[in-house]
Every structure is written in structure tokens, then in C-alpha cells.
Ligand binder design. Sequence first.
Ligand code: UDP
Length: 324
Amino acid sequence: MKSLVTGGAGFIGSHLAERLLEKGDEVIVLDNLSTGRLENVSHLQGRDDFELRLDTILDEAVVRRAVADSDRIFHLAAAVGVKFIIDNPLESIEVNVQGTENILHAANQDKKPVFLASTSEVYGKNENVPFREDDDRVLGSTTISRWSYSCTKALDEFLALAFWREKRLPVVIGRFFNTVGPRQTGRYGMVIPRFVKQALLGRDLTVHGTGEQTRAFMDVKDAVSAILALMENDDCFGQVFNVGGEKRISIKRLAETIKKKVGSDSEIKYIPYEEAYEEGFEDMIHRAPDISKINEYTGFKPENDTSAILDRVIDYFRSNEELI
Ligand code: UDP
């Protein structure tokens, strides 16, 4: 089996590429390194069963070739991270919409199976946690950049579902909730690598708002298991699945826990959202998935709790000091 991983030099993509190689697949990674890093896959380069193509999913010919050279596609290339989206709204929209269109059109030529990575951002500021796949989406104004992310990924989902319904392209959608692990960078806003770095450096831990907002975190190892389980069950095609951890923790508690685990004397500092992001920024108060659907279809349940995830991330930064 030859698997194409778009965004394979990124955080989740590189872990997926590794797991596919372990399973005996050949892997092609297509990545333009916009938020991915060469270092995430440099240990795989030189293997006969691994190929890295440094190029963009916005180039139709590149996508057509990569898809033609593969048996199945894991489409993870996208603009991600709340901060990245706000800082790069145009690039984010183009990559997420046009890029996915290119992938789906190319895959449809020979009906090659596609896994489409989506996001819990599609639920918007719905407050009824945990979210079920068929819940309503609650979004803010178009003048607030954050919501463009939700819309672009929702459009990706609509497109994928339309390709399934009209063309019978086998495509399955995973909506990722907060996923964490080694190689995730805090540069684009993600809270855990940011807090861990701040704690290791003895700097203030920057909690946004009151810190009462909650999130449920999932280890990237579990995310990869979920992706494979979804792609390996034909009943999942044409459907949307939440992929995430179940147990919520407040951001304030998260900061306190990280500070304690690191043994840091950093202070916890509260920063208004407008200062952290942009004027009018809206956060979602609580976010957590109902994962009964994926569990029912595949038996998937995350195996790592928040404490184990934090230990792994802290170890990672401690043994890669250059990244701090
Ligand atoms: N957050 C924070 N300090 C930071 C980065 C993020 O308090 O330095 C908060 C952020 O406002 C949000 C939560 O942590 O309420 C999770 O943020 P992240 O960007 O990791 O994920 P998302 O908002 O997409 O769930």
C-alpha cells in the first residue's frame, strides 16, 4: 500500500507517516513547510519506502501526480492554529479551500480513498459540550478572522460529503479536537507547548481571559490510531467522526499543573483576549467531543490521559532544548 500524506511534515502528519511506515506502507509526504518542519521527517529521509515532496497542494499538477503515485490519501495539509489563521487569513482560506478541492478532484479520478482532517472549530461557539457530529454550528461575524477557519473546514466537509454522495468517492472525515504531543509548536497559538516552554524558561504562563474555559486534550498517538481505524473500515466512508479526548480541564488548572510538573517558579499571568489575539476575538468557553460514534464504528478510545500527555511534552522539550 502506498499512502500519500499531505501535510506530512507537520505535527500530526509526521506521526502518521511514521506509523504508516511501521505498518509496512510506502509513504509519500507532500508538504510546503509553511507550518511543517523538515526536522519532523528528516529521520525518515533516505529510506527506500519514504519520499518527501516539498511542494504545495495549491498546484493542481503536483497534486495530480502525487495522488496518481499513491493508493490512498491522508489529507492533513491545512492552515491550522488560531493565531496562524488570524495572522494569515488569506493564505488560510486559499489553502483550506482550493487545496482540498485539488485533492478531492484528483482522488476522484481513480476513486482513491481519502481521509480528510477537519477540526472541532466547525462547531464554533456552540456551548453544549460534549459536541456530537450532527450538532448545530454556531458562528460569529465575518469580521472576526477566527470564524473563517471554521467556515473553510466546514466547506471542505461539504465538498467531501458531496463527492461521496454524487461520485461515490470513498472519503471519511475526522474532526480533531485539541491534539497534543512532541513536535507541536506553540508558535501558532497552541496552549500546551506554549505553557511548557514558558514554564521551562521561568517566564510568566500566559493564561487568556479568566482561564475558566475548558478543553479536552488528546495525545497525537491516539489521533493517529483513530485516523487508521477510520480508513480501515469501509462503513466509515461518507461520514463525519469526532476524534478527541473526553476529559476536560480548565486552562487555569492546566497552567497550574504544568507549572507543578516542571517544578517552575513562573507566575501565572492573565491576559485579555483582545491583547492576545485581535480586537473582538471570541473564544469558545468549553470544547469536548462526544466520541461514541467513532467508538461504535471502530472501537477507538484514547489511551493517554492529560497527565501522561503533559509528561511526554515536557520530556520532549527537555531533550530538545534548541526548540525552547
Ligand atoms: N490559551 C491560553 N494561553 C496561551 C495559548 C492559548 O490561555 O498562551 C488558551 C486559548 O485562549 C484557548 C485555550 O488556551 O482558550 C486553547 O487554545 P489553543 O489555541 O491551544 O486551542 P483552541 O483554542 O483551538 O481550542
